[in-house]
Ligand binder design. Structure first.
Ligand SMILES: [Zn+2]
Length: 222
């Protein structure tokens, strides 16, 4: 049953945050989206976020976070840096230190203003690629800090925290959003929607999870 409460989803237009949006729509009567604009390499990402918000009829807040690229030049924002996986325990070149710390802070200030008690984010420890602020322990600590900072009772939800990419596809399917997420979202570092470029680390991760999920689904239906 849906709770008669409001949730705000940290939303990028990608697979994970779109799946989280469908999750929030299942659980909460009112859902709004917040997207952070930090001069992503492809403005395509913002366009996709706007389109999906529009299509789902959800109020969409776009916050200017361009200061992030000032603080941390990285492969998502700087064309001269190549996107690559981290090697030997190094962080991937797309790493923006403390990004989720900032995003959750701003999302919760917005949540307070719009009267939302629930904050939903697609962070995931399973695929966390070394991002320390994607870990469950950080989110729990942040939840306490946010509540202390504003004297609130926010609940930060992380529906994907312990899922791998295959299970994230499964969750989308359970939420009746499998095709929607597959066709409409943008995860690709090169700005190609849906199935993506097929080459970048993000596309490979997404496709491997999709293949694994489809293989499993076929087995079950065989
Ligand atoms: Zn790609």
């Amino acid at each position: 049953m849906k709770q008669r409460e409001k949730a705000v989803v940290v939303f990028s237009g990608g697979q994970d945050s779109t799946t989280c949006t469908f999750w929030a729509l299942k659980h909460y009567e009112e859902v709004e989206l917040v997207t952070f604009d930090y001069n992503q390499r492809h403005n395509e990402e913002l366009d996709v976020a706007r389109e999906i918000a529009d299509d789902l009829g959800l109020k969409h807040h776009v916050l200017d976070m361009s200061l992030i690229s000032q603080l941390a030049p990285n492969a998502l924002t700087d064309e001269s840096i190549e996107v690559k996986d981290g090697e030997d325990g190094e962080l991937p070149s797309t790493f923006v230190p403390g990004r989720n710390l900032l995003f959750l802070s701003f999302a919760s200030i917005l949540a307070k203003q719009i009267g939302a008690r629930h904050i939903v984010t697609g962070v995931c420890e399973t695929d966390f690629s070394g991002y320390p602020d994607c870990r469950d322990v950080f989110i729990k600590s942040m939840n306490v800090t946010l509540n202390l900072s504003m004297d609130e009772t926010f609940v930060v939800h992380t529906p994907l925290m312990w899922l791998d990419k295959k299970e994230t596809w499964q969750l989308a399917d359970e939420l009746d959003a499998f095709e929607y997420v597959r066709d409409r979202t943008l995860t690709c570092y090169h700005g190609v929607r849906g199935y993506g470029c097929g080459e970048c680390p993000s596309c490979r991760l997404r496709q491997n999870g999709l293949d694994a999920y489809l293989a499993e689904r076929q087995e079950e239906h065989a």
